[in-house]
Design a protein around this ligand. Sequence first.
Ligand SMILES: CC(C)(COP(=O)(O)OP(=O)(O)OC[C@H]1O[C@@H](n2cnc3c(N)ncnc32)[C@H](O)[C@@H]1OP(=O)(O)O)[C@@H](O)C(=O)NCCC(=O)NCCS
Length: 131
Amino acid sequence: MSSPIIKYSQIVMPQDANVLGTLFGGQMVSWMDIAAAKAVHRFLKGTPADAALTRAIEAIEFKEPVHVGNWVNFEAQIVETGRSSINIQIDAFKETKKVDRLLACTARFTFVSVKKLEDGSYEKVAHKKTN
Ligand SMILES: CC(C)(COP(=O)(O)OP(=O)(O)OC[C@H]1O[C@@H](n2cnc3c(N)ncnc32)[C@H](O)[C@@H]1OP(=O)(O)O)[C@@H](O)C(=O)NCCC(=O)NCCS
């Protein structure tokens, strides 16, 4: 399947850094999750699903450090869909004053589509398009 590349950006602030002054890995993963969620949000329009939840994160690799003041430009692309699952490839590129685009982190996320129930809980749902 060929799906659009969804973009999302963040600037690294001092509170995002670890003790070495580079971007804390957990913050990077959180931003990647948001980038994946943006791609999934677009994909689920016109489907019976109300939302999708992160089910798995695989093949995550931190390739380059990112420093305070750098921008991180995320590119999220849906690479595979199942009955309820959605697999998203996320690439995070760092941008500095000297470097426009350097792959800093990469991961594969799996989301699962869900439908909200009246009692406040949710259940897994197939995301077959209705229109
Ligand atoms: C999301 C949730 C409702 C799914 O229910 P479930 O009973 O676990 O669902 P399943 O095990 O049948 O898996 C659902 C789909 O994910 C796929 N899947 C399950 N585990 C997977 C894994 N480790 N890696 C990749 N895909 C996986 C299954 O193959 C299935 O795909 P398909 O429907 O396209 O065939 C449930 O797992 C849940 O609530 N998890 C917590 C989610 C959460 O809190 N996330 C963090 C906050 S967003």
